[in-house]
Write a protein that binds this ligand. Structure first.
Ligand code: LLP
Length: 418
């Protein structure tokens, strides 16, 4: 658990006792460890220090400004996927020279903002998008640096909802059409081809898909060279998995060991877009047991967090380990952990063997720093929860809990209904 650990039976985040925060802030809330973000980022940095590289944190994973800021301070670049993320990344202080822009649905406005900010490159996903970027850059009197996102048709062997590199996927340009795409781009007046990008999917737990992909890219680059297209950057996207339950994913150092010899041959700068690897273990969701409920069929632990706060279990049947803030090693129970939302899919665990929880006890859902708060919603008119960041022996509220006023802030009753 790294920066989350038990001391004398209490769960700590760095040097802070989490129960103290729970009493002061109230539950539920997301809690992050600054040190864990840094450790994870540094592990990536260090692994690839032997080659020219850039680690662009995938902002979508956890885009709280304070989190982005702490990664800026570590020297990270940013992988963005929308105008909103561009706005936040710039606000947090990322250098535009370290920003790459992904996504298959970029709008003209978003393209314009990114050109004005002079980001490192667009990862282009279709010929229509290339055309729009070329036109927009022309209007601004600029040249847009681009990579094509190529779909290598490789099975990353992860959950189908987070696989993005199979031929049937909506993402990228089929590898069989790559040469044509690059030749069209090389003729475009306002485009400067700089690289190639792939993103295979997420929560990948083996190295093979990355190696296979890089080999395919290198082969493709050979052909591109013959038509006069030389690339500066190879962007291998994100996707490295973490341990939620019993997965044994490779670490960045394992990935580096396999990839570096291949990268060296290309002479290119390598870019990665890790999200989950950096953020997942850096966050937990803290919740309180409201009721213990027994039906004729089952025992339920009803908690004050719900599917609107952490969507991963209901969306992907994802596993998040559940631990008490006060450790009790002896007693156990088997139960479902559920929230109060009016949906049967509102669960965090099913038939899980758990420590014995009683009403009023606090629990932590581990590894919730990635795709946690960012995927939360106000469903059932539930308030979005606060985000709290621990730095050594202090904690900071980096997003406050919403109030009922926030629920209606953007809504209006038309005069005819008054
Ligand atoms: N780059 C691109 C272009 C991406 O689409 C993504 C994630 C990443 C990088 C970062 O991937 P990572 O290193 O985090 O695997 N909500 C899902 C995950 C969706 C991933 C979307 N794309 C989940 O909770 O599992």
């Amino acid at each position: 658990m790294g920066n989350f650990y038990y001391k004398n039976g209490d769960l700590f985040c760095e040097k802070v006792k989490i129960e103290d925060i729970a009493h002061e802030v109230g539950t539920p809330f997301y809690l992050y460890s600054a040190e864990e973000f840094k450790d994870n980022f540094t592990a990536f940095e260090k692994a690839f220090s032997g080659v020219d590289h850039l680690v662009c944190y995938a902002c979508k994973t956890n885009d709280n400004l304070a989190v982005l800021r702490l990664l800026v301070k570590e020297g990270a670049g940013a992988d963005i996927v929308s105008g909103g993320e561009l706005f936040k990344a710039l606000k947090a202080g990322f250098s535009p020279k370290k920003i790459v822009f992904a996504g298959l649905g970029k709008t003209e406005g978003e393209i314009k903002s990114a050109l004005e900010a002079d980001i490192l490159m667009f990862n282009v996903e279709s010929m229509a998008e290339l055309e729009l970027i070329n036109k927009t850059a022309g209007q601004l009197g600029k040249k847009a640096r681009i990579s094509f996102r190529i779909n290598p048709d490789i099975d990353p062997k992860t959950h189908p909802y987070i696989s993005t590199s199979l031929a049937k996927s909506k993402f990228g340009i089929s590898i069989v059409n790559a040469i044509d795409a690059y030749s069209v781009a090389s003729e475009a007046d306002h485009i400067e081809i700089v690289g190639i990008q792939v993103h295979l999917g997420s929560q990948i737990t083996t190295i093979a898909p990355f190696v296979e992909t890089l080999k395919k890219i290198i082969k493709l680059m050979g052909v591109l060279k013959n038509i006069g297209v030389n690339l500066k950057y190879i962007d291998l996207g994100g996707g490295l998995g973490v341990t939620y339950k019993d997965e044994r994913p490779p670490g960045p150092e394992d990935l580096a060991e396999e990839l570096i010899p291949l990268i060296k041959k290309t002479g290119c700068k390598i870019i990665f877009e890790p999200g989950r690897y950096i953020a997942a273990t850096a966050g937990i969701l803290v919740s309180k047991v409201l009721f213990i409920k027994e039906t004729t069929a089952k025992k339920f632990v009803v908690v004050d967090a719900a599917m609107n706060d952490l969507a991963r279990p209901f969306l992907y049947d994802a596993y998040h380990e559940i631990v008490p803030l006060k450790e009790d090693k002896n007693k156990e129970m088997i139960a479902d952990v559920v929230g109060g939302v009016c949906e049967s899919t509102d669960y965090f665990a099913r038939k899980r063997s758990l420590p014995l929880f009683n009403e009023g006890d606090f629990m932590a859902l581990l590894n919730s720093g990635a795709y946690g708060f960012v995927m939360s919603s106000n469903y059932n008119a539930r308030l979005r929860v606060p985000e709290v960041l621990v730095i050594a022996n202090k904690y900071f509220i980096i997003r406050k809990r919403q109030t009922y006023k926030d629920l209606i802030r953007d809504e209006e009753i038309p005069d005819v209904l008054k």
